[in-house]
Design a protein. Sequence first.
Length: 416
Amino acid sequence: MKEMLVQLGKRAKDAEAALRTISTDKKNQVLAAVADHLVKNSEALLKANEEDVKNGKANHMPEGLVDRLLLTRERIEGMADGLRQLVDLEDPVGEVTGMKKRPNGLLIGQKRVPLGVIGIIYEARPNVTADAFGLCFKTGNVVILKGGSDAIHSNQAIVKCIRETLKAQGITEDAIQLIEDTSRETAGEFMKMNEYVDVLIPRGGKGLIKAVVNQSTIPVIETGTGNCHIYVDETADPEMAADIIMNAKTQRVGVCNACESLLVHDSMKEVLLPVLAERLREKHVEMRADQEALSLMPGAVPASQEDWGTEYLDYILSIKTVYSVEEAIAHINRYNTGHSEAIITNNYMHAQKFLDEVDAAAVYVNASTRFTDGCEFGYGAEIGISTQKLHARGPMGLLALTTTKYIIYGNGQIRP
């Protein structure tokens, strides 16, 4: 196992050197070709994914996670469109910034360069396979993927398409590699390949991310879980609030930017909660409410203290009554995971206070948390949504997959 990973790492380093010489035009040509090849091979991708979904259901995978695993023709086209959008985006590699002349005549600036070899450990999300390749390739990075067993057939089929296209385009196939051994032991070994891998990015549940952060000897960019809140302020438009809550909770429940917890100002509970409860019941959402909200939401069950800090990734929503924007902010900052938070309000001062004081990667006023996404932010795709504060925060597009090096021009200077 270790020898297999070492050989994979060596091939990645060789590929890294080769990618440094590829022009932006060639990168774009390859990305467009990969997009076309994925769509052309939709039948093969769907057949592979069908086996994964079948196994997932047999293993009693939650409905929300099955939905995240599922590929459809529309989702394959969506993966391809993400790659095509990357073609239209500016290549950050090679950009020179901040060139300044020192008193001794030296010109010192910074040049944007790839990170190198990027490792990604992720769970049952086949779209990550294509997104990760596209973003890494556009920025001149090699990517090594370690997907979970739940999506292994889908990942193999997608990587096969990508490597076929790379070969046809005269590019090293090792620009993308998939670790097909899905065991935890192999994952543990992979996390210690700092000799070959420059950055490790985990995408998945709390357990996976914690394991990577705690065990990795490779620098990690943490893409956190999403215990996302919506706070309905006392001046909110009830109809707007209900629409936003329904979208954030039910449009896709198994994603990290879905709303998991609702806070409602006491003065809004009677006008909003009964109507909202009816709409949530239509979508079969289990409502876990505090005592103040419980009597206003037929079918709701009492919430426990544990509910305030839970990312469900399912048709479950916790509901709590608060008495001020200050209380809402304090609750959110105690229980959130630093992902995406929203306020529904017509009070400008409350909106600004919420934006200033809520500690999260993305903070919204009068909009659904579901927009925290690379495509929605104009990045074409995303490598993940970083909830840490160093290097990158929020949806990570092309720029987040680069670093800088200093470049210095002289004309014979020596240090006295």
